[in-house]
Design a protein around this ligand. Structure first.
Ligand SMILES: [Zn+2]
Length: 147
């Protein structure tokens, strides 16, 4: 029972109106054939929503695994230190910034994954996006800046 076991995009329903939306390993996701390109497709048994395993495409065609990328982003959110990565992971700051820029276009997906896998707060997530100058519309004002 590893708390660090990674939740992958195919372990929960992405359809926001679904009663089981975002419930990880809830047992509502089943395999649902493949696309013409051979990509595994999944379906939510609750709402019927289908998606492919490449949902969470932020991680698509990256050299590093989704696990590594998420972990790095989580670390970044927690510690707000890019320099630490190079030491810990041997991953260059530029690389992480590149990931961050990519995932900033998929804020919701990524946040969902991060929240599912790591104990991160709203403020930490917000801090993460500020690295790439992405200011999401969500996030309650007054939530940050306790000084
Ligand atoms: Zn669903």
């Amino acid at each position: 029972m590893s708390q660090n076991q990674l939740v992958m995009p195919n372990s929960f329903c992405w359809y926001q109106a679904c009663p089981d939306y975002g419930k990880v390993n809830h047992g509502n996701i089943r395999k649902f054939g493949k696309t013409r390109k051979g990509t595994q497709r999944y379906q939510c048994k609750t709402c019927g929503y289908t998606f492919t395993e490449t949902k969470g495409t932020v991680f698509h065609r990256r050299h590093h695994s989704p696990e590594t990328i998420l972990e790095c982003l989580a670390l970044l959110a927690e510690r707000n230190s890019l320099a630490a990565f190079h030491r810990v992971k041997g991953i260059k700051e530029e690389t992480i910034m590149e990931w961050l820029c990519k995932v900033a276009r998929h804020v919701e997906e990524v946040e969902r994954l991060l929240l599912a896998n790591f104990r991160l707060t709203r403020a930490q997530l917000d801090a993460l996006w500020t690295y790439v100058g992405h200011k999401g519309k969500k996030g309650a004002p007054g939530d940050r800046g306790t000084r």
